[in-house]
Design a protein around this ligand. Sequence first.
Ligand SMILES: *Cc1c(COP(=O)(O)O)cnc(C)c1O
Length: 372
Amino acid sequence: MGPVPLLNLLPQYGKIRDEVLAAIIRVADSQQFILGQEVKLLEAEIAAYSQAAFGIGCASGSDALLLALMAAGIGPGNEVLTSPYSFFATVSAIHRTGATTVFADIDPVSFNLDPQPLAAILDSRPKVRAIIPIHLFGGCADMGAIRAACAGREIFLLEDAAQAIGAEYEGSRAGSMGHAGCFSFFPSKNLGAFGDAGMITTQDPDLAARLSTLRVHGSRDKYFHETVGLNSRLDALQAAVLRVKFRYLDEWTAARQRNAARYRELLAGLPVTVPAPRPWQNRHIYNQFVIATDRRDQLKAWLGARGIGTEIYYPLPLHLQQCFAYLGYRPGDFPVSERLARESLAIPVHGELSSEELEWVADSIGAFFESL
Ligand SMILES: *Cc1c(COP(=O)(O)O)cnc(C)c1O
């Protein structure tokens, strides 16, 4: 068996190459590069797909988070609650607004914000103005329980749906449940551009209007600025590429779901924790398939020696990052996040993985545990 990388975009590209190149030529021939018709169409398509009324394209998922917090008026003196087990961008956005991050630990099964202690935390922290649940690895956070904890409080609920396009919580799509949802089209996401791109979804027309202004330096009429925004526009080229790939998204997601189901069969009985969607995660899109074992580093080396690509998402929880030391958190504060940072390992699950490759990965994991 040849190498099995964690993600290989080449076979996917091979299948859609002609269509994508035609879309790129269409944009090149128009010489309209920033926002414009391609972006409008993509915004409408992604919003509809995500059961949201509005989609506002921007330069990246990181900017989507920052713009959404800015549009909600989050800033110095406010606190924003999220979990420390995520990609850096979630907390970077909070930091950039001048607000203070408050962390709460994750549920060990879903890797998402554990809603259980939320109400008590909110009682003791009246400055919390926003919560960012992260739909990590393609499975939705427990939005019902999170919303219940927010009831009666003025809290901006922002879904970090960067890894979760099309994922569902009890039939509701990621990006439709909070006040806003943020998407990333980074190439390794399930819907990936040919570079950086992002989008914010919302049901709220006022918020949508503020976001469209904030992404163009806070100006509604060119050269007249009501607020200070960002330069965070979505390129027409990226939108055109995304619109082609979007047509295949459900097919690719179905392949990931089949791969995940097959892994669950093949890895059953081995001493690894295998992702098992929580009952409310009725459409998990498996941006990653993350297993956990206390022999993670050995297993990673074993698989690497067989040419199998894996990745650790994430090796250091955000509350222990050097740049956030000022928040005052310590090792031991969030035991579930800290344990999973030591134990989790993403294995290849992408839609182009052949059944032989998948079986080779599963067999290799089995062989590792036999070798102990
Ligand atoms: C990818 C990602 C982001 C940031 O998206 P970019 O487009 O890379 O800026 C934010 N949050 C999470 C959870 C992500 O996985």
